[in-house]
Design a protein around this ligand. Sequence first.
Ligand SMILES: Nc1ncnc2c1ncn2[C@@H]1O[C@H](COP(=O)(O)OP(=O)(O)OP(=O)(O)O)[C@@H](O)[C@H]1O
Ligand SMILES: [Mg+2]
Length: 597
Amino acid sequence: MALLAEEEAQERPFALPLLVRLLRYLSPYKKRLVLAFCLIFTGAVAGQAGPRLTQIAVDRYILRSDLHGLRSVLLLFLVCVAVQYLAEAAQTLVTELTAQYAMRDLRREVFAHLQRLPMGYFDRTPIGRIMTRTTNDVEALSEFFTDGAVSIFADCFALLAIIAFMVDMDLRLTLVAAAVVPVLVAATWYLQGLAMQAYRQLRLRLARLNSYLQENIAGIEVVQLFGRQQRNQADFRREHVAYRQAEDREIHCYAVFFPLTEFVVAAGTALVLYFGAQAVWQQRLELGVLMAFLQYVRRFFRPIMDLNDRYTLVLGAMASSERIFQLLDVPPEAAGGRLQQPPRRADGLIEFDRVWFRYGTTDDWVLRDVSFRLEPGHSLALVGATGSGKSTLVSLLCRLYEIERGAIRVDGRDLRDWNTDELRRNIGVVQQDVFLFSGDIAGNISLGNPAISALQMAEAARHVRADRFIARLPGGLAHPVGERGATLSAGERQLLSFARALACDPRILVLDEATSSIDTETEQLVQDAIASLLSGRTSIVVAHRLSTIRRADQILVLHRGEVRERGRHEELLRQGGIYQRLHQLNYAATQPHPPPR
Ligand SMILES: Nc1ncnc2c1ncn2[C@@H]1O[C@H](COP(=O)(O)OP(=O)(O)OP(=O)(O)O)[C@@H](O)[C@H]1O
Ligand SMILES: [Mg+2]
């Protein structure tokens, strides 16, 4: 978690390719952008015209007592203020909206991409990191688009307008005003650097504080059960002290930073006043020009200091966009062949042909040379010690991972030639760990598939004996389900997952039995449910219940990823190998009537 936090607080140097790729998200909104630029330009010119108008008013009309002329200048001044206001308001609306559209596109793309990533990616990547990609990083880019990118142009335009007006009035005085710019840039740069360091520290501390909170709230049950509250409170206090110190440093920086730059700005003003006044006395300069310059000098330094700020925002956006693009560049899972319409219904013949598989590129093969053939409508039970590769085999059949050697075929067709959606529609899976989404019972059975009617849901629930507990819930199928199904018992969750697998009436059923046994009363219910789940379908069952195993047409005994024994229950018992030992360990003691040898 701490490492994660550190990564989030990083920044990247300026990188043009990243920026180009980022700006591509704005390309569908070119017309709006052109409009925004025109508005920025208009606003800058109208906004910076004020001092120049002062000069005209003073030199041409006030000193010559021309009230009529003064009136028209005042009118022009009011018009300029109005134009500036309108242009800025319109520009803000246009850019904010455009940025939001661009961000919407990016968020959609990120989420759509996430959903198509192979399982291996999720194994490798902590959830926290994926979450920050999709929230914090996208948010940082949003800030960049609304605040950074456009404001940089606004600042530049304002600066250009000011310089143009100043040069137009008096070149020499402009150079005098510009004399302090290098000092200002250097001072801003240095102090900004200090402030950035403090800010980075602050973010790092905040990220740590957040991850600490997140972990301990997620594990609140353990915290309370094991009485860790006191210790956690102390830990939290320590984290918080570090956070507050970082915050102090930042505040300190800013308290010193602004007054210091004000000195430089004041020095610039003094220089203009000193040289300007002498020029006025020597009648080389009109008084109005000097007055206008005094106003421009202050305005002149503002964008220069702001640009520094914006640049930091750009660097932050660089880091965020790099991380988001890294995510977008992970290749999505292979889609396989083309989706047939209507999706084809499999016969249910399954073949594994010398399949080798490992997670990632480690040297540990999880499946070694596994072969079997399962006729349509038949059942296969997978038996083996924990970690022997049973769940892995199931994942491979659904093509959640790619195999390295060998081939898996369904209906005689290689998995890679199946359209992945089509394949998965034909396989109903009951996973070892049931995952429920927040929503209602019905939504957790159909998973939002509109092709599954309420009647089919009720039918599926009845088939797996889930109907009785659903009927007891207020609202029945519409009963709300909390996050991760926390309000249901483990057994109820399991029954729901059976109904889910059955609702789309799959040809192939895969059942990864949970080892945790349910109370004896429900146990009978679940056994009946399983029996009706399997009937008439090709099924692969990771079995722990003896009853399921005995019913299977074929039993495969996996040991460290290898098929060590295969056959029917009685045959395997007679062989006296692993199966017989497993059987004795697991069942002999608990069975009132040990099965005959
Ligand atoms: N996502 C994964 N990434 C890396 N290794 C994994 C992953 N899932 C499982 N493994 C490893 O692969 C091996 C087989 O795991 P698998 O889940 O297939 O076992 P299993 O037979 O289903 O065990 P159990 O009976 O406990 O469910 C184990 O050694 C496990 O540590
Ligand atoms: Mg398993």
